[in-house]
Write a protein that binds this ligand. Sequence first.
Ligand code: MN
Length: 483
Amino acid sequence: MASDLNDGRPLTLRRWLRHLHDTDRLFVARAGVGLKFELAAVAKCLDGTKAVFFPGPGGHEIPVVSGLVSNRGWIAEALGVPASAVLQRFREATEHPVAWSEVDAGAAPCQQVVKKDVDIRADLPIPTHSEHDSGPYITAGVVIARNPVTGIQNVSINRIQINSRNRMAALLLPRHLHAFFAEAESRGEALPVAVVVGVDPLVLLASQAITPIDRDELEIAGALGGAPLSVVKCLTNDVRVPAQAEIVIEGRFLPGVRESEGPFGEFPKYYSAQEKREVIQIDLITHRRNPIYHTIIPSEMEHLLLGAIPREATLLSHLQKSFPNVLDVHLSVGGVCRYHLYVKLRKHHEGEPKNVILGALSGHYDIKHVVVVDEDVDVHDPRQVEWAVATRFQADRDLVVISGAQGSALDPSTTKVFGAAETHIPRQLQGLGAKMGLDATRPLEYGEYVFTKVIIPGSDRIDVDDFAASDMSDVIHLLESDS
Ligand code: MN
């Protein structure tokens, strides 16, 4: 019954949705679910269990999908590896990218239909997600641009607000796309761009890789899929986009132009304030015949996991360079898959956990709190990590605090010092905050059984069905004799 994902053909959004359907993980909604809040509310209810397909959303002829990857197991399936091998697989792909192969215009499904007279508000079914959002947002737009100096591409997902029929505003964090645009703008030039909506989970995952600036993430997508990704040149610029994509918005970031963007409910489950942001002028939209539009519900599992897996892979690789006995890392869901890192360490020296804490905090500026645990603690289980903190940690000896470091600009607690009235914090102060590390490892040597975890022999292997009685009548008889 299940469609075979590993038959050698490249993964596409449609194949992935078909696979989810065949394995009872695709919820098809009734036609006409509302684009304002209602669609996001339904998808949120199914978050973590099923992807959702919305035919005719808000009466629009283009359907919307959401929740393509709800848990780690689904990502492992898309990669064709066991869940325990996901980070290693992702790391191999970043270390051994596969160059894309270009197909001719005309051979690319994403260019089957060309729309020149664009009104994006009417052309695409773009949902409004959260209560105080400024309006409709593209949340699964894979943004591709070329370095104006080298021509090498960058791929990222940026939130994009719809401003008018052919203008959008985007949030550019201080990373690669921002650097490309700063270079173009300093020359007084626009930066050509493509916003691609409706790609498979591997392209989405690759877009979130933490890599050097001149590494085209589409090559990581190729490595994840085990074959060169086929791409096609945009019709109005030189950007190459995945040929199998559903929808491509071609445009330019305009030099010297900023327009209001926000508020918008972001991954930490808080709103980003309205600010002046970079603007994309839309030139053209191309799409497949009968395209499918993808939206990511902010801060739900699809959003959090797509950020977590590439970050974990990078952080594990970064830590293992200095500490080969780091065994695993996990960005917890409660820490919005960004701020809280749990590290599993086979400790050799009593000071080592603190070195690991310092290493982890330098791995990515989003990391705020680090907990280091021993081998017998599952870092993917927050209850076990809390147990280690409860029983192997003393705050006066095992705590590391560093003040005034760079953290996430989207962490609202970093703004506490600015007072209630302050809404516009200078960029160089955004996210300024403290780091904390907890050494929740037990000592290497301890008195008999003091730190020995209690285990009931056999409890990890028992199938209780083997122990069920076949006849319960004697027991029922006993319980009924109540006098
Ligand atoms: Mn990049």
